[in-house]
Design a protein around this ligand. Structure first.
Ligand code: GLN
Length: 471
């Protein structure tokens, strides 16, 4: 059942919301024991919310719908740690704007989903100290993808209507959606408020949706998007009623990115994309080869310089005194600060703090961070030229299907970062993109990514409907 139908039934009283919510929570608890998709399951507050709804109005667009929230998005009175030990015990006193909007529409918050610490990863194996690695819902030996691994995993595994709020800095919505076989939509930078999101890299972070089908995705996007004066980067622009978008029969023009199908891409992934392109062409959609040389040559370097520089400043505030984990203060500030951070950050967080700080140091700033910002502008121009002619660009979401967890262990940090080659471009340039499942290899899902021009989420929903129909 999709969310719209569930809401209809819940509103008319055909679903016992309290009983159903209890069932969903116990299903989540059961799944979590095996798969580690949640850092926290908010059993009591979810049931309380269902009881309140039972007594109250039934107008909300998400009336009674279970929604999970990535750990880095603040939920009032629920421990929110962004997957890091350094935030243990932090219970926000406010809701992130997206959470507030979901609650106002009658959504029931299920809990906080697991992620790479602060979003630092592509496979959700860079978890914080004492956190568990989520496992792929199709094959437990494989990764869920990251960094929103828990969000994608539970969306696939939970056989109840549900949607997940997730976050992407460089691909963390699309990547896990692709590996888990669900839909992941990352909006234009500024379309959805970031108020209450724990920053990874401010100039890149976006909150988006992971869902089982395209209609659910459209509905949840409609609920969470829109201007917010609490976020200075929020865009005050007209929005769509995404849930009302029909599959548009007008001709779409799609560019297939040449570089995204060159060496390093799994053969089966390539075949899936080409098969889909064939089907789209048979629907009279024009597909032509296009090229993004700059994005594919410098995307990874540019992304990792900017994201690490910003991450290292953002993490400076976690010193064991203001939020979360603390100990008895002993020694001078530097002693205490390093003791707390040594204990509570994982290896990858430390690596990014060191590299990011280096790239921002006086003397290096011009050569690295500022240069990367200039290259980013050139990349936006490269995309914009294509969008003057094409509605959408198509590529694989990931160059492969979900790798085995023991294979990931063998990758060097650089090999790890290279896996983001498809997703860093749209993320660096703030373009909305969607990963839609299409095809599989040995049962493992393959994701296809569509990227649109700024504020053209509507086209992503349209193409999502077309692909879903093709099946
Ligand atoms: N894999 C990328 C990184 O490690 C993207 C993560 C994200 O989008 N949060 O930075």
């Amino acid at each position: 059942m999709d969310i719209k139908n569930y809401v209809k039934k819940a509103r008319s009283g055909k679903i016992d919301l309290i009983k159903n919510t209890k069932n969903i929570i116990s299903e989540c608890e059961k799944i979590n024991k095996e798969y580690n998709y949640f850092n926290v399951i908010s059993k009591d507050s979810a049931i309380k919310k269902a009881e309140e709804l039972y007594k109250k109005d039934s107008k909300g667009k998400l009336f009674g719908v279970p929604v999970s929230v990535k750990d880095c998005i603040c939920v009032k009175d629920v421990e929110s740690r962004a997957g890091s030990k350094i935030l243990s015990g932090y219970n926000p006193v406010f809701d992130a704007t997206v959470v507030d909007k979901v609650k106002k529409e009658g959504g029931i918050i299920l809990g906080k989903t697991s992620q790479d610490e602060f979003g630092f990863g592509s496979f959700n194996v860079n978890v914080g100290v004492d956190f568990k690695i989520p496992k792929n819902p199709v094959d437990k030996e494989r990764t869920c993808g990251g960094s929103s691994g828990g969000a994608a995993g539970i969306t696939k595994k939970l056989e109840y209507p549900h949607a997940a709020l997730a976050e992407s800095t460089g691909g963390s919505i699309a990547a896990p959606a692709s590996y888990c076989g669900v839909i992941g939509l990352c909006p234009t930078y500024g379309r959805v408020s970031r108020y209450g999101l724990m920053d990874y890299a401010n100039s890149l972070d976006k909150i988006g949706v992971i869902s089982r089908n395209i209609d659910d995705c459209a509905l949840v996007l409609e609920v969470i998007s829109g201007y917010d004066n609490k976020d200075s980067t929020s865009l005050n622009v007209p929005d769509y009623k995404y849930s009302r978008i029909e599959q548009d029969e007008k001709k779409l023009k799609i560019g297939i990115i040449k570089e995204s199908l060159l060496e390093g891409v799994d053969k089966e992934v390539k075949k899936s994309i080409l098969r889909l392109v064939g089907k789209l062409k048979s629907k009279e959609i024009e597909v032509k080869e296009v090229s993004l040389p700059l994005v594919f040559k410098y995307g990874i370097q540019t992304y990792y310089l900017i994201s690490m520089a910003e991450a290292s400043t953002n993490l400076a505030k976690f010193c064991g005194m203001r939020y979360g984990y603390e100990e008895k203060i002993q020694g001078n500030f530097n002693d205490y600060f390093s003791k707390i951070r040594t204990k509570s950050f994982s290896r990858e967080a430390k690596r990014r703090i060191i590299l990011g700080t280096f790239a921002r140091m006086a003397g290096y700033r011009d050569a690295y961070y500022l240069k990367a910002m200039k290259v980013r502008t050139l990349m936006i121009e490269e995309y914009k030229k294509l969008f003057s002619e094409f509605d959408l660009l198509i590529s694989p979401t990931m160059p492969n299907f979900a790798p085995r967890l023991d294979e990931i262990d063998k990758l060097s940090p650089l090999e790890n970062y290279m896996m983001d080659i498809m997703t860093v471009g749209p993320n660096l340039c703030g373009f909305p993109h969607i990963s839609v499942p299409y095809g599989s290899k040995h049962n493992m899902p393959i994701g296809v990514m569509f990227t649109a021009d700024h504020l053209e989420e509507k086209k992503l929903i349209e193409i999502g409907k077309i692909v879903e129909k093709i099946g």
